[in-house]
Design a protein around this ligand. Structure first.
Ligand code: SF4
Ligand code: SF4
Length: 292
């Protein structure tokens, strides 16, 4: 089993379009993991069927038992997150502001505060229209701990890939450089960095590569929209050469990305085009690296 994680330091580079196209090309020979749990949308492009759902619990919040509460106000006084308010003469916890620190429950003189595990998202297993199995999730509104949910998606996807003897695990990584992207990168054989020819694209590429390097993971890169700024493209190429990162391809700005997305199709399905050919060649190149 070989694992490729497709990441980009910033949004809008086409990361998910590439990941979904590779998944569509590889069909049942790959398992797909969508680790972009804060803004999951790969299920739309691959028509996931949501055949299994599980609640995902993480962290705790304080819950006041109103029957026992004597409204002394001690909990409100100690809460450093301003999560306790008096509403209709009753002390109540705002679940979005509560950080689960336990302080209020320790000072309550009548033990009227319980700490309860909270549901922060949904975890799914699906079959896609390309007949590949897909592991994905959705983080709840204002929920944190997406790193833990990403870790669950990754672990389950790995288990599935190994159990079903699939050759590839294709991971749509989390954006940015925080905890979720660290979870999505762990244990990968190759990090495919998708960037674009803009100043912020180059800046974010450098940031995310620093992370990849610290994990000692081999890296390759696709420069999307390279014709937006040829000078920046040259700077990106110089950076890749300096860091010994394989340049898979450079792709010119192409409206096909947006058109295919608007029809919930991968670029491969959208019709014959030079972009489709380029993506097919890129996936072959990536597979050769993974197999070497
Ligand atoms: S400390 Fe306990 S009794 Fe006092 S207001 Fe808070 S929950 Fe109610
Ligand atoms: S658990 Fe901590 S953050 Fe939550 S209400 Fe109690 S004191 Fe505030």
């Amino acid at each position: 089993m070989k694992e490729v994680v497709i990441i980009s330091g910033k949004g809008g580079t086409g990361k998910t379009s590439f990941a979904a196209s590779f998944a569509y090309l590889e069909k049942e020979n790959a398992v797909i993991a969508d680790c972009d749990v804060d803004a999951a949308n790969m299920h739309l492009l691959l028509e996931a069927d949501f055949r299994y759902q599980e609640d995902f619990y993480s962290g705790e919040i304080a819950v006041i038992d109103e029957e026992n509460c004597i409204n002394c106000g001690e909990c409100k006084e100690v809460c450093r997150f301003d999560a306790i308010h008096v509403i209709d003469d009753q002390h109540r916890v705002d679940p979005i502001s509560c950080e689960g620190c336990w302080y209020c429950s320790r000072v309550c003189p009548v033990e009227a505060i319980d700490m309860k595990t909270q549901k922060v998202g949904d975890f799914y297993l699906s079959m896609t229209k390309a007949q590949s199995e897909m592991v994905h999730a959705k983080l709840g509104f204002a929920a944190e701990n997406s790193g833990k949910l990403v870790a669950k998606v990754k672990n389950e996807a790995k288990k599935l890939t190994l159990a079903n003897k699939k050759e590839f695990l294709i991971v749509d990584g989390s954006p940015g450089v925080g905890c979720p992207v660290i979870s999505s990168l762990s244990g990968a054989d190759l990090a495919l960095l998708v960037t674009e020819a803009t100043v912020s694209g180059l800046h974010d590429l450098k940031r995310v590569y620093k992370l990849v390097k610290s994990f000692n993971i081999e890296a390759a890169c696709i420069i999307n929209k390279y014709d937006l700024n040829i000078d920046v493209t040259k700077e990106i190429e110089a950076f890749l050469e300096e860091e010994d990162i394989t340049l898979i391809t450079k792709i010119a700005y192409d409206e096909t990305f947006a058109k295919a997305l608007s029809q919930a199709k991968t670029i491969i399905e959208y019709g014959d085009s030079s972009l489709k050919t380029e993506i097919e060649k890129s996936w072959q190149y990536i597979k050769n690296i993974l197999r070497s």
